[in-house]
Design a protein around this ligand. Structure first.
Ligand SMILES: [Zn+2]
Length: 327
């Protein structure tokens, strides 16, 4: 049983590793936490950070005390030895100036005797010069400083940075574990559909449960089908996607394409992920060019990554749907 609700059931393996670092007093200088979005990576990292900073950590329970000077500053977001780096807005990079600012801070001494913890959120957003500058900083590691990078796009982190970090993967929980957690957190609705829409990520499923995600997915699927019969235009569907960009639309579209490939090959519905859409997918699968469908599958993966960068989303979606019509 975990002492804190920030440590979630599927964090166990990662948490044991982090605890072992503390037990053996060997905190790696840089740690890279990976795993898909919606698994609570930030919660885990912030808990670990508070634990490192706490002045009276209990080493039996691995829980920060919650009331020392460090814990009080941490909770109020003003701890001088806890530095968070993130992009200033959704479509902005983490720039070189932010990293240079961080490096100059690192030259200062630690204020409170414990550790200094630097967390870089969405580390994949570091642009090339920021990443280079960051690497330079890693060459001269300051004492008692833990740098923690968080990403759900590991492939976008330069290999040179990856090789300098201890990598910790947060695994997606089993459907049973995820469903139990959602139920115990009083999330209602179609839990298995919510988990399907979020690729099994419980925190994202919880967020989607309180939104119109299921309705948006249904509308998008209708438009995806209607495009083929020219009953809606590419411009309309692209605009719809831009309006609902807060959802991982391309992950949904990607899963429809995977199902279309499966149905085209076997026409059995046993391994189809979007079982609720099977009838429509089955109709849609007639007259599709399988090779082009494979190519479109790859395109969705690439575009999903590109859309997290500052690009013209409207044009990107339009280009994608032109390709869908050519399949
Ligand atoms: Zn404390």
């Amino acid at each position: 049983m975990n002492a804190c609700r920030d440590i979630l059931p599927w964090h166990d393996t990662a948490w044991q590793l982090l605890r072992a670092y503390i037990t053996h007093e060997r905190i790696p200088q840089s740690i890279l936490i990976t795993g898909q979005a919606g698994l609570g990576k930030r919660k885990l990292v912030r808990f670990f950070a508070q634990l490192l900073l706490c002045e009276t950590t209990c080493n039996d329970t691995f829980t920060p005390c919650g009331h020392c000077r460090s814990c009080t500053l941490f909770r109020s977001g003003t701890h001088p030895d806890f530095v968070e780096i993130k992009s200033e807005s959704e479509d902005k990079d983490i720039g070189v100036d932010q990293i240079r600012g961080l490096l100059s801070q690192l030259r200062l001494t630690v204020q409170y005797q414990q550790y200094r913890v630097i967390v870089v959120y969405q580390a994949e957003k570091m642009n090339r010069s920021a990443a280079n500058s960051f690497l330079k900083g890693l060459e001269e590691p300051p004492n008692r400083t833990a740098i923690i990078l968080i990403t759900d796009q590991l492939s976008l982190i330069p290999a040179t940075i990856q090789s300098r970090c201890q990598k910790i993967l947060i695994k997606t929980p089993s459907p049973e574990c995820a469903t139990d957690w959602l139920a115990s957190n009083k999330v209602s609705g179609d839990l298995s559909l919510l988990l399907q829409l979020t690729n099994g990520a419980p925190l994202l499923a919880q967020e989607y449960a309180g939104s119109d995600a299921i309705a948006i997915r249904e509308q998008l699927f209708n438009q995806f089908c209607l495009l083929r019969s020219k009953k809606v235009s590419i411009v309309e569907v692209a605009a719809f996607c831009c309006d609902h960009h807060q959802f991982d639309l391309l992950a949904w579209i990607n899963s429809w394409i995977v199902d279309l490939v499966k149905i085209s090959q076997t026409s059995a519905n046993t391994s189809v992920r979007n079982i609720d859409l099977y009838d429509s997918l089955n109709i849609l699968s007639g007259n599709l060019d399988l090779q082009k469908l494979y190519d479109l599958y790859v395109t969705t993966l690439e575009l999903r990554v590109q859309l997290k960068q500052p690009i013209n989303k409207n044009l990107a979606y339009e280009g994608f749907f032109i390709r869908w019509l050519a399949v």
